[in-house]
Design a protein around this ligand. Structure first.
Ligand SMILES: [Zn+2]
Length: 423
């Protein structure tokens, strides 16, 4: 268990009060109303306040020109509706915001591949795609948010970027049943394998996930879709996940060769570009309670985090991100708490078919948030057995990986300890 998470009390409280006051007086919305992306997702109070601004209090010339008598009538109706809604909003906040409902459990695991070697070994046990998760399902389902990286599309397509099928990944449609069973409710699609079966593979994935009610982010029919946050509402809180990947513009396979990056008219992934991410953070930050950024990055088959990653992660936290969830190296790297916000540099493989024992071990990251702040964090060791299921090792079976992780976290300045076979 993590010993201490710093709480910056009075200053943040003051800021929070200021923000709440600004929101409810409408100043925030008049400042923010030109930001079209942020306006996409607005609660009833802020929508109402925008209507209020239409009566000339806004500095925006276009809306002032629209004023006419019918506007005035609708304004008056709208105005009383606003008061009612604000009153209800405040009342419901008072009565429903109990500490229990404000607590939120977020669980994250790493790369999921249920095709290739894993599929072969699942077929040895009646082809049941819930089998990989049976020994961890009770832990995973405790999460209100359960995140994973889907490394490759869910598709039955055979038209891949590599005709020999060696460096391309996919999982069968049936894999979605296992993912759903595990309680995973949001998937990262921004990675260097999601387009391995061209656009068809991605579109199949999106259809299958929609059918199973599993949220996803990081890839889509165009760049706007790829950058669109996955939004999940739980316990009265709104959580957003946005995802980006390295290697998006790097073309090395396919006939024709394919760049994975999406653009205005092309499907694909959202690339890890700071300016892009900053724009997306600014657009959504005030609309959600917890903002998660998922990054497919880092050095493959390595336990080490680069200086560039540390700087990048710190910058995103400074920009307002609450949690950073990294993946791609296939190994679970160190975890850092920076200004009270968790950075998981690489979640490692959760279930994959790689042979290296270091790539068959990782941790389930379990985080609890109270009052939108990290109050608890635990790393639960997991290991893939027989390439077809995940177990939670105990005692001697877990000690080596626990010690290694303690050291990796220590290198990043994190204070943590081994307690009951977990960190
Ligand atoms: Zn990768």
């Amino acid at each position: 268990m993590w010993k201490s998470v710093k709480i910056v009390g009075p200053v943040l409280l003051l800021l929070l009060v200021a923000v709440v006051v600004i929101r409810f007086t409408g100043i925030w919305d008049s400042i923010n109303r030109n930001d079209s992306k942020a306006n996409k997702i607005t609660d009833s109070a802020s929508t109402a306040i925008q209507a209020n601004n239409m009566n000339g209090t806004s500095t925006n010339g276009n809306t002032a020109n629209q004023e006419n008598s019918s506007n005035k009538t609708s304004y008056n109706q709208e105005n009383s509706a606003i008061s009612k809604r604000l009153e209800q909003n405040l009342k419901s906040k008072e009565s429903t915001e109990t500490p229990k409902q404000q607590a939120l459990s977020i669980i994250a695991v790493g790369d999921i591949l249920l095709g290739r070697g894993v599929e072969y070994h699942i077929n040895r046990v009646q082809g049941d795609f819930t089998y990989p998760f049976r020994q961890v399902v009770d832990v995973l389902r405790q999460g209100d948010i359960v995140f994973a990286n889907l490394e490759g599309p869910l598709t039955e397509s055979t038209n891949s970027l590599d005709p020999n099928g060696k460096i391309v990944l996919k999982s069968p449609e049936k894999a979605a049943e296992g993912i759903k069973y595990a309680g995973i409710n949001v998937l990262n699609l921004a990675n260097n394998h999601i387009m391995d079966y061209y656009e068809q593979g991605l579109l199949d994935t999106i259809n299958i996930l929609d059918k199973h009610g599993i949220a996803y982010t990081g890839a889509g029919k165009n760049i706007e879709e790829a950058r669109k946050p996955a939004i999940i509402e739980k316990n009265g809180l709104k959580i957003a996940v946005i995802s980006y990947t390295d290697m998006a513009e790097y073309t090395f396979k396919g006939n024709p060769m394919l760049s994975f990056a999406a653009d205005e008219n092309k499907s694909g992934v959202a690339p890890r570009k700071y300016e892009l991410i900053k724009e997306d953070i600014d657009a959504i930050r005030e609309e959600v309670d917890i903002l998660i950024v998922s990054l497919h990055w880092g050095v493959e088959n390595s336990f080490n985090v680069t200086e560039e990653q540390i700087e990048f992660a710190h910058q995103l936290i400074d920009d307002g991100v609450d949690i950073i969830l990294g993946h791609h190296p296939h190994r679970f790297q160190g975890v850092e708490i920076y200004n009270g916000k968790p950075i998981v540099y690489s979640l490692g493989n959760f279930i994959f078919d790689q042979n290296d024992p270091n790539n068959q071990e990782s941790f389930i990251v379990s985080m609890k948030f109270k009052e939108k702040k990290l109050s608890f964090m635990q790393l639960i060791p997991v290991r893939t057995i027989d390439k077809n299921h995940v177990i939670i090792p105990k005692g001697d079976e877990a000690i080596e990986m626990l010690k290694r992780e303690l050291e990796l976290c220590g290198k990043l300045g994190s204070k943590c300890a081994i307690v009951n076979d977990t960190i």
